[in-house]
Design a protein around this ligand. Structure first.
Ligand SMILES: [Zn+2]
Length: 302
């Protein structure tokens, strides 16, 4: 069942993908296509209301397929981005619609999939940069619409583009730690995980960013060791709940449609400004950011 990341399912439309994900989660069963089910509870809703306890997402399995992208040397890679690697079931820390109150820490051993900042509050996360080509374009759009975002930066890219780290910080955006080389952390021991994270925090702070308070695992590949190290370093594990797989360049309209179709109060939207050609992402942001604002959403940082 291991499907190399970056290989899209032939003919799968977003709903199919969502259905696949849901069915896999529910049954833990291999999904053999044709499951055009119907679930409306998809990527953005978290599915179960109230959230079952102890039935959270399974941890990603080691994959034998495509490697995780490493850095963004020339913005030309076609490496996959951060979609979940295991078609994990909907996360269980779903906020009820319109939930208000403080943003609670996720339960031990789980990342945060949602924010809890009140009705129509959502978060935008931008991963795998900074990129000399795309980060400035994303920054310009965020400034145009006065939207605060969270950039999950790769340390090696931050070291190469220190001025962009400073620019993102100066614009008021949050920066999260996204490892130094973007490896599959599920395959690394605690020492290697810690090194990836510490080197990144070092690169970010040297470039003028505040020490991050959030950490995002590449590909959502969480493991007990990752959670342990996050705890030791006082980093909060941050996942996402709306994933249009923009890194796979599915078409601007597909990205827009997926985001608009799956975003709800509390959603954390995943996009990418690094790791390859992100022109579709930029074009999609230009379309869906004003649409989300027009739909009454407002953006907050986790
Ligand atoms: Zn990533």
């Amino acid at each position: 069942m291991v499907r190399p990341e970056g290989v899209s399912v032939s003919g799968a439309d977003p709903q199919n993908r969502v259905s696949r994900r849901l069915l896999l989660g529910v049954g833990g069963v291999l999904l053999l296509g044709g499951c055009a089910d119907r679930s409306k509870s998809a990527v953005g809703t978290g599915g179960a209301t109230g959230g079952p306890t102890g039935a959270g997402p399974t941890l990603p399995q080691p994959r034998g397929g495509a490697p995780f992208p490493g850095g963004d040397p020339a913005d030309t890679s076609t490496a996959p981005g951060d979609s979940h690697t295991n078609d994990s079931p909907p996360p269980d820390n779903t906020p009820p619609p319109g939930a208000t109150g403080v943003d609670p820490a996720p339960p031990p051993g789980k990342p945060q999939f949602y924010i809890h900042e009140g009705d129509k509050a959502i978060a935008l996360t931008i991963d795998d940069g900074p990129s000399g080509k795309y980060t400035p374009q994303v920054l310009a759009l965020l400034a145009q619409y006065k939207i605060p975002a969270t950039f999950c930066m790769i340390g090696s890219n931050a070291a190469k583009h220190a001025s962009l780290v400073a620019e993102v910080t100066a614009a008021g955006h949050q920066i999260a730690n996204h490892t130094f080389t973007h490896p599959n952390l599920a395959k690394l021991d605690a020492g290697a995980i810690r090194s990836e994270i510490e080197r990144t925090t070092d690169a970010l702070t040297k470039a003028g960013a505040k020490p991050p308070t959030f950490f995002r695992a590449p590909g959502g590949a969480w493991s007990p060791a990752v959670f342990d190290v996050c705890g030791q370093l006082a980093l909060r594990p941050l996942d996402w709940s709306v994933d249009p797989r923009d890194w796979s360049r599915p078409g601007t309209d597909h990205i827009v449609t997926t985001v608009m179709g799956h975003t709800h109060t509390g959603s954390i939207i995943l996009e990418h400004d690094g790791g390859g050609d992100r022109s579709q992402t930029v074009a999609a942001l230009q379309k869906f950011l004003p649409q989300l604002l027009a739909a009454g959403y407002h953006f907050v940082q986790p």
